[in-house]
Design a protein around this ligand. Structure first.
Ligand code: PDD
Length: 276
């Protein structure tokens, strides 16, 4: 099993310096990319988002996105990955531990590896439950940074309640979930939080918006409340590899009929057609 370490594909081992800023400060950015039938899905979109995250935190990417793309494709081929994910992160590099950015000669550290994962279509077909959690994150959730402790804590709450996700809310407003975006359906129209600083603009979310457009489904990129969520006809979450999962119950309260609804079922069918 191989990994990408800066610009080299090497045998997977622990090459991380104890003073790596990703390790000490969460000072870095990352992407998770789904691999279906040996092919990374929407890789270009993930790399564009990575470049944006880098710009927003003033991290100079060590190599252009097209070179990274080639390396990631090579890694998938080397590892013979058929179904799973690529995890890639770029930290600001290793330097003596001071909070401010290190000197310009400290180069960012890129790592990527693959993980085989079965395609989990059952949860998409059957749906899952979620819990609510207060969104205690910072105000730049649009940047895909390594700082995930609030997300980790929220996901733990979900798992302790046998739920797939924790749906986050700032006061009354639903933002997203601990590692996915949230959509609701009411009277045939969809609602999802606008792509501002309060959410990560998911690649899957954007694909769902495109699919809705081609299916003539109206989507309102508007905020909605916890009450709207609980009274919705349908709720679903979107994320890499999870794809689209119907949420049938939130905090023990049944959503709509308590079964996957017609809108989410149609979107799941269309999404699968992208890689099947
Ligand atoms: N998480 N919102 C948050 C907070 C996320 O962490 C993610 C993805 C998403 C969905 O984005 P996308 O559709 O681009 O995967 C939304 C990844 C999968 C993770 O951290 O494992």
């Amino acid at each position: 099993n191989k990994m990408l370490y800066n610009d080299q594909i090497v045998e997977r081992e622990n090459l991380i310096n104890i003073e790596d800023r990703g390790y000490q400060f969460g000072d870095g950015i990352y992407e998770v990319i789904g691999v279906y039938d040996g092919k990374p899905l929407m890789l270009d979109e993930h790399l564009v988002r990575l470049e944006r995250s880098a710009r927003e935190v003033q991290l100079n990417l060590p190599s252009p996105a097209n070179e990274l793309k080639t390396k990631l494709e090579e890694l998938v081929a080397e590892n013979g990955l058929n179904e799973g994910i690529i995890y890639m992160q770029i930290s600001r590099g290793a330097a003596p531990r001071w909070h401010e950015y290190p000197a310009k000669d400290v180069l960012p550290v890129t790592i990527a590896y693959t993980r085989a994962e079965e395609r989990e279509t059952a949860v998409e077909d059957e749906g899952a439950t979620a819990v609510l959690a207060e969104d205690i994150r910072w105000l730049r959730c649009d940047i895909k940074t390594l700082n995930l402790l609030p997300n980790v804590m929220a996901k733990q709450k979900a798992v302790e309640n046998n739920a797939i996700e924790a749906i986050l809310h700032r006061g009354e407003t639903v933002t997203e979930a601990s590692a996915s975006n949230v959509f609701i359906v009411k009277d045939g129209e969809l609602y999802t939080h606008p792509a501002d600083n309060f959410i990560l603009n998911g690649i899957t979310r954007r694909k769902v918006l495109q699919l809705c457009d081609s299916l003539n489904l109206k989507v309102n990129e508007e905020t909605y409340t916890v009450d709207d969520l609980l009274k919705a006809d349908e709720v679903f979450i979107t994320a890499t590899k999870l794809d689209i999962v119907p949420i049938l119950e939130v905090d023990g309260k049944k959503i709509g009929t308590g079964k996957p609804g017609p809108v989410v079922k149609q979107l799941i069918r269309e999404f699968r057609a992208l890689y099947m």
